[in-house]
Design a protein around this ligand. Structure first.
Ligand SMILES: [Zn+2]
Length: 412
């Protein structure tokens, strides 16, 4: 299906990922939270890899590593390529790191091929994508888009350490965030390669796929209040069982997510009160997470869930309240960049598959700065955020060749 290759690029990427994977805050497993000691070491290692590839690199005020190679026309708007090097607790080694390392390898390859890109290329390793340590949202990439929220600096991690103090300890500059904002006119696009974190490419037997949009998300908290009673003495037809009502509601949520195209809807957490084996549940609090690449579809889905849950509550004589606490719109990827990626994928004899991203990415923030697009790489069993995260050298090699080809077309 793909052109024969000696996998040089894939091996080079895998070697760099191995090197970054050594930097962890917890021996024996990979944990690299934003602004931790391991993040600092990984940032320094990334800086060195960029410099060895001939990039003019530095670590910015918020800890992102940024390397730039000038183009034949230094005044042309630059092409950004990147992802993140922070991780969740007990993470896999490819999430984020893959997109950063691929950017570096692209610059190396262009240099080896004696190709000077027409426009400048910047490689970025963001630091705060996973949203694990501080109550932020893509703070390091939003900073480039001019959307850093200064209130984030007062947020604290679970040990009580503030973002501000952690940043100073890291060697960053809390006062420097605003100045990181880039001029949109100076950037022609952002490309991010990332593991799929889902099973679609594997099912379609494809090494890579092109992201059409990053899903919008609605998150809500819901409560159902019934009445407690003795599990042995209250007849079934006289009960107001809050958990039985929620069981029906979970079915409603599951159906709402299943019956539409590209949507997902999940009840991920529920607390039952009083929560005893011999007491009819009086109250259940549960969460809703609903996603779609199309905002109108998502909002209609959530409305249907609310209406049907209200009807179920009424039938069962329990009260039902629901309160959305997060509405994040979908981020469509840029049509022109998608077309370039399509051509690059097709040039390797691979059918370009378009898929939406169920997870958020730095590209959501970067789309506020400039046209953005993403390429997904097949990962084993769709597993991520887990040490079992796995991709093949062959697929990485394909991704590298697609990215090089796309960069040649875009930066021509
Ligand atoms: Zn990621």
């Amino acid at each position: 299906m793909t052109n024969a290759t000696d996998l040089t690029l894939g091996r080079r990427v895998m070697a760099m990922i191995e090197e970054l994977a050594q930097h962890t805050d917890e021996p024996g497993r990979l944990t690299r939270l934003y602004l931790s000691d391991a993040h600092r070491r990984a940032a320094d290692a990334t800086l060195r890899l960029m410099q060895e590839a001939g990039l003019n690199a530095h670590i910015d005020a918020l800890g992102s590593v940024i390397g730039r190679v000038e183009g034949a026309n230094p005044e042309a708007p630059a092409l950004l390529i990147g992802s993140h090097i922070d991780s969740v607790v007990d993470a896999g080694r490819y999430d984020g790191n893959l997109g950063v390392v691929l950017g570096i390898v692209v610059v190396e390859a262009l240099k080896q091929q004696g190709i000077a890109p027409a426009c400048p290329i910047e490689i970025v390793a963001f630091g705060d994508e996973e949203n694990v340590r501080f109550p932020t949202n893509l703070s390091t990439s939003q900073a480039l888009a001019g959307r850093f929220n200064p209130a984030w600096l007062d947020g604290r991690d679970q040990d009580g350490v503030s973002f501000r103090d952690a940043l100073i300890r890291f060697g960053g500059d809390p006062g420097g965030a605003a100045a990181l904002a880039r001029d949109p006119a100076r950037y022609r696009g952002y490309l991010e390669v990332h593991i799929e974190q889902g099973p679609l490419l594997e099912a379609k037997r494809l090494p890579v796929g092109i992201v059409s949009a990053i899903n919008g998300i609605t998150r809500a908290r819901a409560s159902v209040i019934g009445e407690a009673g003795h599990a042995g003495t209250v007849p079934m037809n006289m009960r107001r069982d809050a958990l039985a009502a929620v069981a029906e509601m979970i079915g409603i949520v599951e159906r709402a997510g299943s019956t539409r195209t590209d949507t997902v809807a999940t009840v991920g957490a529920a607390q039952v009160q009083p929560g005893a084996i011999n007491v009819i549940p009086a109250r259940v609090d549960f969460t809703l997470d609903a996603r779609s690449p199309d905002d109108a579809v998502r909002l209609a889905m959530v409305q249907d869930i609310v209406t049907e849950c209200q009807a179920a509550a009424q039938r069962r004589n329990v009260s039902f309240t629901i309160e959305p606490f997060m509405e994040s719109p979908a981020t469509p990827m840029d049509k022109d960049l998608i077309a370039w990626l399509e051509e690059a994928v097709r040039s390797l004899g691979i059918e370009p598959l378009h898929l939406s991203s169920g997870a958020g990415h730095d590209a959501v923030a970067m789309a506020n700065l400039c046209p953005s697009a993403m390429l997904f790489v097949r990962c084993k069993d769709g597993i991520s955020h887990n040490p079992a995260e796995s991709i093949t050298t062959e697929d990485v090699d394909v991704a590298a060749r697609v990215l090089i080809d796309a960069v040649k077309r875009i930066a021509a």
